[in-house]
Ligand binder design. Structure first.
Ligand SMILES: [Mg+2]
Length: 174
């Protein structure tokens, strides 16, 4: 029951997600959250590190699609240079946008990993869609009141995850 909230993998940031890790898990596509996963909430464009990571994923044959709950304008601007498939106002954790992304990527759900910073939207939604899920630490800890509240419940869930995984796949920023 609680497993539906647990990520398949928990990493410090996106750069820890490598083509080798994905290959090992037979994952051929990534669904990417934007806010606080790729960039801080109010940053309009991807920085060099993110661009390089995306390019290396593409070069390894990994297919990418942005799935964001953000507004159309925000997502289009963010994706202007990246030119990935992108779905805005995704209403995560609803499954619809994840399934639409799978169609765009021309992959089975099980061949896709959802990457995001929020358990109750990205991870819960990805798990429900039958996809692999990768939780990243939120880039910016300064968040709105509602998100802060959600983080309290997220931490409770994560404690269980970290216990079960003996922090083997988790790096604590060191
Ligand atoms: Mg996010």
């Amino acid at each position: 029951m609680k497993e539906i909230f647990l990520p398949g993998l928990y990493v410090e940031n996106i750069s820890k997600i490598t083509a080798d890790i994905l290959k090992e898990k037979d994952i051929k596509g990534l669904i990417l959250d934007v806010d606080n996963t790729l960039v801080p909430n109010h940053v309009a464009e991807a920085d060099e590190n993110v661009v390089n990571w995306i390019e290396s994923m593409k070069a390894s044959g990994v297919r990418l699609c942005i799935v964001s709950n953000g507004a159309r304008k925000r997502v289009i601007k963010f994706n202007e240079k990246l030119k990935l498939y992108a779905i805005h106002r995704a209403m995560k954790p609803a499954r619809k946008a994840f399934l639409e992304a799978a169609r765009l990527l021309e992959l089975e759900n099980r061949q896709i990993a959802v990457v995001g910073d929020q358990i109750f939207t990205d991870i819960y939604g990805g798990n429900r869609a039958g996809m692999f899920t990768i939780l990243v630490k939120p880039i910016d800890q300064r968040e709105g009141k509602f998100v802060k509240l959600k983080r309290i419940f997220e931490r409770r869930i994560l404690r269980g995850y970290l216990r079960a995984n003996s922090s083997e796949e988790y790096t604590d920023g060191t």
